[in-house]
Design a protein around this ligand. Structure first.
Ligand code: ADP
Length: 487
């Protein structure tokens, strides 16, 4: 593969897509957002924290190994455990008490938008789409501050029984708590003394306190569901956050209730605009019952497009009964990319999708059902556009507008990505999925599907990697829809 050629294709695709984006009327984005509060712990912070407790109490709590954070002492104990081992950990908390306590006693260095729907809404608004309708069932006043303050980003609000669209800052639900995840970063070499025990932090790592308030439900307010047409015109929906569904709730409801509500929303979105396309962005889902329900009951037959990374491809295959394929995707051996390709094709078939977009470090694969209205070149442009966005995001940490996104064009296409694809080429040509010339274009032709494969831009020393996967999926999906509208 000629790297220079792929650089040029990235540039051409960026400007092609930029011209198409104004054809989109609107995008609906739901359901999950939260605030990420980031604190890098210094020596002084640690001393200040330790002084708030009796060291004997901390020691005793360390020994009980708390699995959730119910009070500040649990946090202190898990922080020391994480630091002692230099091991990342994520521990849930079910109230916002610890958030208030941390704000009062420690504070954070900076905070940013977290959660797939929050990240995607802000990105699409900054790509200057005409209208982005975000919907977060638990939009609090504090959370609303993290949405891009631009006229094209709106959120439904109930006013005198009528659903209207307002900027998030005017659409929050008064009095509800915020979902704040705290991320504590610490560095190697920090000296810690507690109750006469000393240790030195062995490596840089982080502890995350993830907020899981018990009252949170992945659901749509009834009034908004009933007046869903007030969100239109929209051409597409990007849905995520289903991983927050729990098997059982204290009020006796179960995941089945929320799965069926979710499907009803999807059905209504499509009924109001039969041309509308729906994309689901997957993330890791620990609970296998929930993972399977999301895939087989929400995604299968109801949505058009799925976005995910390689680990999620393996996890999805695993609950769908393709264990062997799943293991060979995860093992990432020499033929890892071949397995990944087969895995993505399997997902397209099992879930009756129109499109499966897999992103990996250095290349993306998009499997397409036959008969899709766009050409493979147009699909390729959508992927290349998203690769430029990923480059811009890794480079700058955030994309403020379309002009800034063009900074991603300066990021080089990954040499490792090209190399991985070269290896895959032998397989594809051998299996007659394409000729060597077709492979150079990134086009594959299967018996019951087509595929596009591109090497992607990778920033060697990224400023941040949070939310790049969401950025890739959202950028490519919006680009694809815009091109469909333009045609
Ligand atoms: P997240 O959920 O944080 O977005 P994912 O695993 O879903 O994480 O996505 C990460 C994706 O971001 C990778 O698949 C890769 O394509 C892209 N990526 C990661 N690091 C970089 C980088 N330094 N430069 C460009 N793209 C990157």
């Amino acid at each position: 593969m000629d790297i220079q050629e792929w650089e040029q294709r990235h540039t051409d695709a960026f400007y092609n897509v930029k011209k198409s984006l104004p054809y989109l009327e609107g995008m609906f984005v739901a359901y999950n957002s939260n605030i990420d509060a980031i604190k890098h712990l210094t020596d002084e912070d640690l001393c200040r924290l330790m002084e708030l407790f009796d060291e004997v109490d901390i020691q005793k709590r360390v020994e009980t190994y708390p699995r959730e954070i119910n009070e500040p002492l649990d946090f202190m104990a898990r922080l020391l455990i994480s630091m002692r081992e230099g091991k990342a950990a994520e521990i849930p908390t079910h109230t916002s008490d610890i958030h208030e306590w941390l704000k009062a006693h420690l504070g954070f260095d900076y905070a940013r938008m977290g959660g797939q729907a929050g990240i995607i809404s802000n990105l699409l608004a900054r790509l200057e789409l005409k209208k982005v309708v975000a919907y977060i069932p638990w939009l609090s006043e504090e959370q609303a501050d993290y949405f891009a303050a631009s006229d094209n980003l709106l959120h439904p609000k109930l006013e005198d029984g009528k659903v209207v669209l307002k900027p998030p800052k005017e659409a929050f639900k008064p009095g509800i708590e915020s979902k704040v995840n705290w991320i504590f970063e610490y560095s190697r070499g920090l000296e810690v003394t507690c109750n006469g025990n000393n240790f030195t932090v062995p490596r840089d790592n982080r502890l995350i306190i993830s907020s899981r308030p018990k009252w949170i439900r992945l659901d749509m307010d009834r009034e908004i569901y009933e007046q869903l047409e007030s969100l239109y015109p929209i051409d597409g929906a990007m849905l995520s956050g289903y991983q927050m569904i729990k098997e059982e709730y204290e009020d006796g409801s179960t995941y089945k209730d929320y799965v069926s509500h979710s499907v009803k929303v999807i059905e209504k979105l499509k009924a109001l605009n039969p041309e509308l396309r729906i994309h689901v962005e997957l993330t890791s889902i620990q609970n296998r019952v929930i993972r399977k329900a999301i895939l087989t009951e929400i995604v299968a037959r109801h949505v058009h497009s799925l976005g995910l990374d390689t680990v999620e491809v393996a996890n999805a295959l695993n609950v769908l009964g393709h264990e062997e394929l799943s293991y060979s995707v995860i093992r990432k051996e020499e033929n890892g990319i071949t397995s990944l390709y087969h895995g993505a094709v399997q997902l397209l078939k099992d879930l009756s999708l129109e499109r499966v977009h897999v992103h990996s470090l250095g290349f993306y694969i998009c499997i397409l059902a036959k008969g899709h209205p766009l050409t493979l070149k147009e699909h390729r442009d959508a992927l290349l556009f998203s690769s430029t966005l990923a480059g811009a995001k890794a480079l700058t940490g955030d994309i403020e507008n379309l002009d800034e996104a063009a900074a991603g064009l300066e990021v080089p296409v990954s040499g490792k990505g090209i190399e991985d694809l070269e290896n895959f080429k032998l397989y594809c040509v051998g299996k007659r999925l394409c000729t060597p010339e077709e492979f150079e274009f990134g086009y594959l032709y299967g018996a019951d599907h087509n595929a596009v494969i591109i090497p992607s831009k990778v920033v060697e020393k990224p400023k941040s990697t949070v939310g790049i996967g969401d950025t890739i999926s959202a950028g490519a999906f919006a680009a694809m829809l815009a091109t469909m509208k333009q045609k």
